[in-house]
Design a protein. Structure first.
Length: 257
């Protein structure tokens, strides 16, 4: 049986106290679902070749793709300050984002509305988003007849413990819509895998590249973005239309809570 992995990247923070700040109002989790054989045979080699061509990445000192540093052409991406190189890199990256075989799920929480609506909020914001994300991953695994696990980017110390505890609670107790037996039938471990992006995890780097554009699309659809996405992000959003998790023609791969 094929095994899949869901790689999770976080945008924002789970602190309800910062909800009134427009820059911290929304917490989103973006997940990229990939077959593990596909990661080793296609995604990782393609990504390493791209980094070697443009940034001199070497196995002993790998370059790690970070969206923010790429956008601002900060080292080790200073070559992108050249307009010609930037144009060629953007074309190649967009072609790969369209060509690669992956499925995307993004869950975005409006912390301000949730805080204002509920006098007593029974969920940690991160746990709430993770629960919806895992539910959809379980549906995906069931429909594909496969099993899988989850790998999230390390945030360090207490943050990692919070991620792992949240995942373990879902495994043990399920959700209001999915009982724990369904989680345990298709998830191969009750432990969330947590690794830093510095470990050169190609799935986490892909999630990083997609997380901000996907979040922007979810918010824009609801009239909550407040600004026009950048031109490159708009091109990524167009690609994402075909990558979101779907069932019977209905998109289940993006959700505003």
């Amino acid at each position: 049986m094929d095994k899949y992995r869901m790689y999770v990247d976080e945008v924002g923070n789970p602190d309800l106290g910062s909800s009134d700040n427009p820059n911290h109002r929304f917490l989103s989790l973006t997940a990229v679902i990939l077959s593990l054989p596909y990661v080793s045979e296609t995604l990782h080699p393609d990504m390493e070749a791209l980094k070697a061509r443009y940034f001199g990445s070497h196995p002993d000192d790998p370059v790690i793709l970070h969206r923010k540093e790429l956008v601002n052409a900060r080292p080790p991406f200073a070559a992108l300050k050249d307009a010609g190189i930037r144009a060629r890199f953007d074309r190649e990256l967009l072609a790969l984002l369209e060509e690669w075989d992956y499925t995307v799920i993004t869950v975005c929480l409006d912390k301000k509305r949730q805080r204002d609506q509920y006098a007593v909020w029974r969920y940690d914001p991160y746990h709430y988003c993770m629960a919806v994300l895992i539910e959809r991953f379980v549906f995906f695994l069931n429909r594909q007849g496969v099993v899988g696990d989850v790998l999230a980017e390390s945030r360090g110390g207490k943050e990692d413990r919070r991620l792992k505890d949240s995942f373990s609670r879902l495994w043990d107790k399920g959700t209001d819509y999915v009982d724990p037996q369904q989680f345990q039938a298709v998830l191969t471990s009750r432990q969330l895998k947590v690794k830093p992006k510095a470990a050169n995890i190609s799935g986490l780097q892909l999630a990083d590249l997609l997380a901000h554009p996907s979040r922007a699309e979810v918010l824009e659809e609801q009239g909550l973005l407040g600004r026009e996405p950048a031109p490159f992000a708009r091109k990524v959003i167009k690609i994402l239309e075909k990558k979101y998790y779907q069932r019977e023609g209905t998109i289940y791969g993006k959700k505003l809570l």
